[in-house]
Design a protein around this ligand. Structure first.
Ligand code: FES
Length: 560
């Protein structure tokens, strides 16, 4: 049964009540709060808005609607911002080292704001790759009643009669370098690909993680796929604000929702959708904050038993707004539920079980964006965890529509992404080679850069099916081809990837889940004797601090 509003000030009472809190109330009054506003529960809105990237630029409007919902449901909204890094703009240069670090700063800053101001509930509003996991990590860590909401996807652009996204622009850079398109075509594509506000339009990391938030039960049903400029996003955002008061009344806390079954549901959804490999890193990190024991092997186990159903970019032809038209993430979850592939009893922030949330979702799905369960795109999901003498702790690969799942070839070793990219631009990468990019892990980078510029350059040159790439860094959700990331232990820690030399024969065997180099234990031990850790790239500042604290990618690259 719902409690009376004054019972809901379980944290903010300490800030707003009693004679000794007169100074705090004086500040609140100076901002226009009346007695009745101060008497209500305070709901923080952690908004990752900024105007440096299209995926954040609309979040202030969404925040205003969330405020409306909070007020109409009897709460007092208190909104604040966090930082946010655009992976798309940071991609391919030193700036990308800041991206994964920002996930921790976002989680930490939300934690500190809620800790300092004693808010009773929390809504997080996020819209890019790291803001989503950062927000969910904060909700799990704080365990204050709360709801996650997403900014929404960008619509695709149109170029030469087809839908295009930022992925096409990255790949066009490679095609231009290879002389396959001219400067005018590259320019025209650049101008067409991103038609307005919203997150990158395909099933890249932001749309993947927003979908996972729904599967985790931390977002309202339908939250992930509504485009940012769709009027439905406005009504939805008001409902999110109202839901924050309801979750407070019900006394449901994030760690009631973020239990093992919720993570298994999110992994199954990611595998069925063909989502980003970054989901491995981020779900492990959120589970860590929620005190749920989740390992990289859970991804392998669940992906193997989950059919790949959804065809979306980067591997397929559709984008997130197409999924919205077909019914959004709930239609995929419904299909998985009917097939017994997710836990129907998992709790959501609404207080309902996911089975009940999905009860009225149609089983009829228009078009071919979601395959039937008995006719999947492939019988198992799209995430695979490889192990072997090159990755004793594991490595991650996305198999969605990858043509060659077995590859054996000579290593071309680079100690940083820029060196590899320069070689690709100079057309020095040969078919059959295995491109190795190391010292790009969480510690060694630091920051575990994404390699989209490099992988797109290879695809753009027509080498996507001819080469393989392995790295202790990671990939954008827009990466495609046989690209193996998160190789652990990383080079900086002296992992076997640090011992590779040009010409070593590497075998990537996805069906057998193997990643190995044709060297004996004795060969590796001999090379290890002469290995020296390089000097840190960043001896000072936030990146240096991060490098000291961060752990292995195989455990989510969390700072402990
Ligand atoms: Fe933010 Fe792609 S850069 S979603």
């Amino acid at each position: 049964m719902a409690r009376r509003p004054q019972d809901l000030k379980h944290r903010s009472r300490e800030v707003t009540e009693g004679p000794q809190r007169a100074p705090a109330r004086a500040y609140l009054r100076s901002m226009g709060l009346r007695d009745e506003d101060i008497a209500r529960p305070f709901v923080g809105i952690a908004n990752t808005w900024n105007d440096v990237m299209p995926c954040q630029i609309n979040l202030d409007a969404i925040g205003r609607k969330v405020r409306e919902g909070i007020r109409s449901a009897g709460g007092t909204p208190r909104e604040f911002n966090t930082i946010a890094v655009s992976d798309g703009i940071a991609m391919g240069h030193e700036g990308m080292r800041a991206s994964l670090v920002s996930r921790e700063i976002i989680a930490d800053s939300i934690e500190l704001m809620i800790h300092a101001h004693g808010y009773d509930a929390l809504v997080t509003v996020a819209g890019c790759d790291k803001t989503i996991p950062g927000s969910l990590m904060a909700l799990a860590r704080l365990n204050v009643p709360g709801v996650f909401t997403y900014g929404g996807t960008m619509l695709p652009g149109r170029y030469e009669g087809r839908d295009v996204t930022i992925q096409d622009v990255f790949e066009a850079v490679g095609a231009y370098a290879a002389g396959r398109i001219d400067a005018a075509a590259l320019d025209a594509l650049e101008r067409a690909a991103c038609p307005g506000a919203g997150t990158c339009a395909g099933l890249y990391t932001a749309n993947t993680m927003a979908s996972c938030a729904e599967a985790l039960g931390m977002a309202l049903s339908g939250d992930a796929a509504i485009p940012t400029l769709d009027p439905a996003r406005i009504d939805h955002s008001v409902r999110v604000g109202e839901a924050a008061l309801r979750v407070l009344e019900l006394g449901i806390r994030p760690r009631d929702v973020l239990v093992r079954e919720a993570f298994e549901n999110a992994i199954a959804l990611d595998a069925a959708m063909g989502g980003s490999t970054n989901a491995v890193l981020h779900l492990l990190a959120i589970a860590h904050e929620a005190r749920v024991k989740l390992t990289i092997d859970d991804f392998e186990r669940i992906s193997r038993r989950t059919p790949h159903l959804v065809t979306m970019k980067p591997a397929g032809k559709y984008v997130m707004s197409d999924l919205h038209k077909a019914g959004g993430v709930p239609i995929v979850l419904r299909r998985l539920l009917d097939a017994g592939k997710i836990h129907g009893d998992a709790l959501t922030v609404t207080g309902a079980r996911i089975r009940d949330v999905l009860r009225d979702v149609s089983r009829t799905i228009p078009g071919d964006i979601v395959a039937r369960i008995d006719r999947p795109l492939s019988p198992s999901g799209t995430l695979a965890i490889l192990k072997g003498n090159l990755a004793p702790d594991g490595a991650v690969v996305k198999t969605a529509l990858v043509k060659h799942l077995r590859h054996r070839g000579p290593a071309r070793v680079f100690d940083a992404e820029q060196e590899a990219f320069a070689a690709a631009q100079d057309r020095e990468i040969r078919p059959q080679e295995v491109v190795v990019i190391r010292y790009e892990g969480p510690r060694g980078g630091p920051g575990m850069r994404e390699m989209l510029a490099m992988t797109a350059a290879l695809v753009g040159q027509g080498l996507g099916d001819e080469v393989a790439l392995i790295t202790d860094g990671r990939f954008s959700g827009a990466t495609r081809g046989l690209m193996v990331g998160h190789v652990s232990p990383e080079a900086w820690e002296g992992g076997p990837i640090a011992l590779l030399r040009d010409g070593d024969v590497i075998e990537v065997d996805v069906p057998e889940r193997k990643l190995r180099v044709e060297l004996t234990k004795a060969d590796l031990a001999k090379r290890r004797k002469s290995w020296r850790r390089p000097k840190p790239r960043y001896p000072r500042g936030a990146l240096a601090k991060y490098a000291k604290l961060v752990g292995s990618a195989a455990r989510g690259a969390v700072c402990e």
